[in-house]
Design a protein around this ligand. Structure first.
Ligand SMILES: [Co+2]
Length: 199
């Protein structure tokens, strides 16, 4: 996994960009946000569903993208479903379209393939130097009355799970991706905090 992450991030730098966030390599029931820390010896198992998610930053402008790679039949269904859901959402994306309408078309497409949308992972608006800004793009017919705005940038991120899944992801430790928040005052650290591994 470290080799894949290093390869992706190395190529981004070679091509003149910078990784916008650590390359995520998430396997099977891990939906997103696992990045192998230094020294991680884990490998990608056979018969798995692997999500590779990475972003590129140039001069503060950010692209956010992901692909699913699988050697399983169930994984192929998931992959086709999310790809078709993305296509359907992009087809209707335009200024003034409600984000809930995008969520609805994503949900309907996924349901047609017999898989379930993940409710609590969403796409998002992207601003310069700000990966998660402004509105969220839901994967279900939910959300507020927010609408797409001309000139703004959005990441549309359909996430799906097999029908027996709950459609809700949970946070598990260890967290391997951190974000430096320069807007908030630093909270006091405790000796415990000092012992957390760097990632
Ligand atoms: Co994203």
């Amino acid at each position: 996994m470290v080799d894949v992450a290093e390869g992706v991030e190395g190529l981004i730098r070679e091509l003149g960009g910078r990784p916008a966030f650590p390359c995520n390599i998430s396997v099977d029931s891990v939906a997103a946000h696992y990045s192998p820390p230094p020294g991680d010896v884990s490998t990608i198992p056979a018969n798995s569903v692997v999500k590779v998610d990475f972003g590129v930053e140039v001069d503060g402008y950010i692209a956010d993208t992901a692909i699913t790679i699988t050697d399983t039949v169930a994984g192929e269904v998931l992959k086709t479903a999310v790809e078709e859901a993305l296509k359907a959402a992009l087809k209707m994306a335009a200024a003034n379209v409600k984000v809930s309408a995008l969520g609805a078309v994503i949900q309907n497409t996924l349901t047609r393939y017999g898989v379930k949308p993940i409710k609590n992972l969403t796409g998002h608006e992207i601003q310069r130097y700000n990966l998660h800004a402004g509105v969220s793009i839901p994967n279900v017919a939910a959300g507020d009355d927010a609408r797409l705005v001309e000139g703004h940038v959005y990441a549309v991120e359909p996430f799906a799970t097999l029908s027996e899944g709950s459609g809700v992801v949970v946070d598990v430790m260890p967290a391997t991706i951190y974000r430096l928040n320069t807007q908030q005052p630093r909270r006091k650290t405790t000796p415990e905090d000092e012992q957390l591994p760097d990632s």
